[in-house]
Each structure stands twice: as structure tokens, then as C-alpha cells.
Design a protein around this ligand. Structure first.
Ligand code: SAM
Length: 397
């Protein structure tokens, strides 16, 4: 399929957005040519999302990229989401006798602002709220959001350039793991192949080469765990970056909890035979499509998360699994009903309606309630986390 075939039914990007995409495409083309004609798809995804000043997230917030508002995530649906997470934070901070909150990949900054606001109401503010965000444009957006929503707490927020120095506290990341570049692979006639990106007449296209050692071993480990080989022709994704990510995090977290919210599956569901075309999802102008080469820099590219792989990487790095539960059950367990009570009882029709719509969106199985899961890890905590008390699906991991 040529790249632009995916555009059928999609709005055409503005002239400025097209020029922006062309500049990024040139950067990617130069790298492919310098690499001898192809780069791993993982590297293409990294450039398409994070190339300085040009990638989808790196440029998010700049004027020509209004489509960047594509990532409507739970924190942007309603502050109720952040308020429930804040209650879980407060519980951990109380056990630790204080500490920091660390949020890698803070997007628009709404989650940070609303968690701080709720922790303030609960008289449970962290010493510092630290954000690690690779996109300077998003760092700026986060600063503005926090300054507008919680001006008196802005001083507590720090932006980091690398993992924080060792601290005690809570790590929160919403939809971060799905935005990390993934390896693509295919089971070819002579064994596993790595998805690579080449230049063609219409832009970029896939090419496949024998999987290098580390990728081949990762695929073999998945097959061993599934207890069956993946069939010939099977295409999917595999996350080889989790190990390094959790090792980095483990160097920072001395004691505390890690809460990760994302969409994905446990491994046995991730690699089901019917999911033979993989899990990659591209989004532009709020429409999902499957061509990552469509308009580089204008499309979000994500892959579903293998929560079994997350657990393996986290526990290998020294964390303990605390629980794994659908988002809906996590929110109910951390007090969604009581948090929403005043909005639902409001005299203001609009406030009541918005709260009720938000609850449905965050918790209904067909909406975010079961598509998203919360996975929790801990280090050095004695008490179990309330968020996993209603329904814990850890045994399925
Ligand atoms: C899908 S967005 C989610 C944003 C936000 N958490 C939310 O829920 O709205 C992914 C975020 O992760 C950031 N990000 C990507 N790779 C990262 C990394 N290695 N460390 C920290 N943040 C990262 C992106 O720039 C972006 O802010």
C-alpha cells in the first residue's frame, strides 16, 4: 500500500502541516541513506514521534500542529481520573511518611495539575512533583497548564532532563508505555524477521531482514512462554526497551509505588493467532488508521502494551508486582463515587451532566473502563495498594 492510500476519508493536512511533515521526512530519509538504505522500524517510530522540533510529540503544541490535540487521554477527559490516582498517591505517601511524585511523560500537564490540587485538598502534598518529558514543547505546555490550574503549587514542580536522583514516593505514568518505540517483526520462511523502513517513491515503506540476535531471542522467549511457535506470516510488535526503562527507574526509586495506566493485553492475548497483523495504531485528526508512513510527524503512532513483558522487566529490575486491574475497578476502589458525589449532586445541570458523562467514559467496558488497565509495582512497602483491592487480575499476567 502506498503511504497516502491511508488518507482515504481522512482530512488533508494544512499546507503548513504538510511542509512540517516534509521537513521531518527529509531528516528520516537522510538517516536511512546514511544507514545504507534502511533503519529498524523502531528507529523510524522514534524519529516520527520524537525527532527534535519535528516529531509528533516534539512539535506538539506548536501552532501548525493543531492535530496534536489528538491524544485525548483519561486525564483530559475529567479531573476525576487524577483525583482517584491522587488518593492512591496519598495512601503511599502516608505509609512512607512523605516523599515525591514522579511523572514521566506528562503530556499536557493536566494530570500533574489535578493530582497536585487533590493532594492539596487532602493535605498530603508531596515534597516535589517531578516531571521527565523529552519534548520541550510539551514541557512548556505542562508549565502553562500547571501555572493556570494550581498557581500556588507551581514551585513544587520540577522538570528533569534525566532519571531523578534516588527518592521515596510514587511514580505515575498514563499512556507512556504505548508511546515508546517498538520493534516490529514477522515470522518469515527462514525464521523471524525485523521490520525495517526504507525510502520509496511515495515516501517510506516496510522492508524485512533476518532478525538480529537480541530481537530473535526476545521473540523466542515469547514463543517459549506461550508454549507454541508463532505461525508463519505472523506480524506483531515486541517491546525491547522495557528492561532498560525499568532498570533506570529502579535506580531512582528507593521505596514507593509505581502506577502505570495503559491499554494492552496480557501476553497470551497479545499474541493470539487472530491478532496476526499486530497492534500498531496510528491516529491523525482523531481518526485511527494503520499506516505509520502516512504523514510523518502528523500522526501519533502507538503499540498496545504487553503487560506480561512489563511485569517481567519490572520484577527483574527489583520491583514487586502489586496488582493488575481494569481502569474502572481501580477508579472505583480509589473512591470514584465519593470523589464525584458533589458534582453529581450539583444544582448546575451542566456540571451534573459532565460528571456523569466522564464517569461513563472512564469506566464503561466499551469506553476506557476495560480497554485500559492499571498495573502497580512497589519497593519496600508493607501495605497493599487500595486500587487493586476490588479486582486483581495479576494471575493472568
Ligand atoms: C501518549 S502521551 C501521554 C501523555 C499524558 N501522560 C496523558 O496521559 O495525557 C506520551 C507522553 O510520553 C512522553 N514520553 C515519550 N517517551 C518518553 C520517555 N522515554 N520518558 C518520559 N516521557 C516520554 C511523550 O512526550 C508524551 O508526553
Amino acid at each position: 500500500m502506498s503511504s497516502r492510500d491511508a488518507d482515504e476519508g481522512m482530512p488533508t493536512p494544512s499546507a503548513a502541516a504538510q511542509q512540517h511533515s516534509a521537513r521531518l521526512a527529509e531528516v528520516i530519509r537522510t538517516e536511512i541513506e546514511g544507514a545504507g538504505g534502511n533503519i529498524p522500524f523502531r528507529r523510524y517510530m522514534e524519529l516520527a514521534l520524537y525527532a527534535p522540533g519535528l516529531g509528533y510529540y516534539a512539535a506538539a503544541g506548536s501552532d501548525q500542529l493543531t492535530e496534536a490535540a489528538d491524544f485525548i487521554t483519561a486525564p483530559t477527559v475529567s479531573p476525576l481520573f487524577a483525583r482517584c490516582l491522587a488518593r492512591q498517591c496519598a495512601e503511599v505517601l502516608a505509609e512512607l511518611g512523605g516523599g515525591d511524585v514522579f511523572e514521566p511523560g506528562a503530556g499536557s500537564g493536566v494530570l500533574a495539575a489535578e493530582i497536585l490540587a487533590e493532594l492539596d485538598r487532602l493535605a498530603a502534598l508531596p515534597g516535589r512533583y517531578r516531571i521527565l518529558e523529552p519534548s520541550p514543547a510539551l514541557q512548556q505546555a505542562q508549565y502553562e497548564t500547571i501555572r493556570q490550574r494550581v498557581p500556588a503549587l507551581t514551585d513544587r514542580v520540577e522538570w528533569l532532563q534525566a532519571w531523578p536522583e534516588p527518592f521515596e514516593g510514587v511514580v505515575i505514568a498514563n499512556e507512556l508505555l504505548d508511546a515508546l518505540p517498538v520493534e516490529g517483526f514477522r515470522i518469515g520462511e527462514r525464521g523471524p524477521e525485523q521490520r525495517c523502513t526504507v525510502v520509496n517513491d511515495s515516501g517510506f515503506a516496510d522492508s524485512w531482514r533476518p532478525a538480529p540476535g537480541e530481537l530473535a531471542q526476545s521473540i523466542a522467549r515469547v514463543e517459549a512462554d506461550l508454549g507454541r511457535p508463532l505461525p508463519h506470516g505472523y506480524v506483531s510488535e515486541i517491546q525491547t526497551a522495557y528492561g532498560g526503562w525499568f532498570d533506570g527507574l529502579a535506580g531512582s526509586v528507593q521505596r514507593g509505588a509505581v502506577l502505570l495506566v495503559d491499554y494492552g493485553y496480557v501476553r497470551s492475548e497479545y499474541y493470539l493467532p487472530e491478532r496476526h497483523m499486530g497492534t500498531l495504531v496510528c491516529t491523525r485528526a482523531h481518526r485511527a488508521h494503520d499506516d505509520p508512513y502516512d504523514w510523518p510527524g502528523l500522526d501519533d503512532i502507538t503499540a498496545f502494551v504487553d503487560f506480561t513483558a512489563v511485569t517481567e522487566a519490572a520484577t527483574a529490575a527489583g520491583f514487586e508486582l502489586e496488582g493488575f486491574t481494569p481502569q474502572a475497578q481501580f477508579l472505583f476502589a480509589t473512591g470514584l463515587e465519593s470523589v464525584a458525589e458533589s458534582a453529581l449532586a450539583s444544582e448546575d445541570d451542566r456540571e451534573r451532566m459532565l460528571a456523569s458523562q466522564a464517569i461513563k467514559r472512564l469506566t464503561l467496558p466499551g469506553e476506557m473502563g476495560e480497554k485500559f488497565n492499571v498495573i502497580g509495582f512497589s519497593k519496600g512497602l508493607d501495605h497493599t495498594l487500595t486500587g487493586f483491592s476490588q479486582r486483581d487480575l495479576s494471575r493472568r499476567l
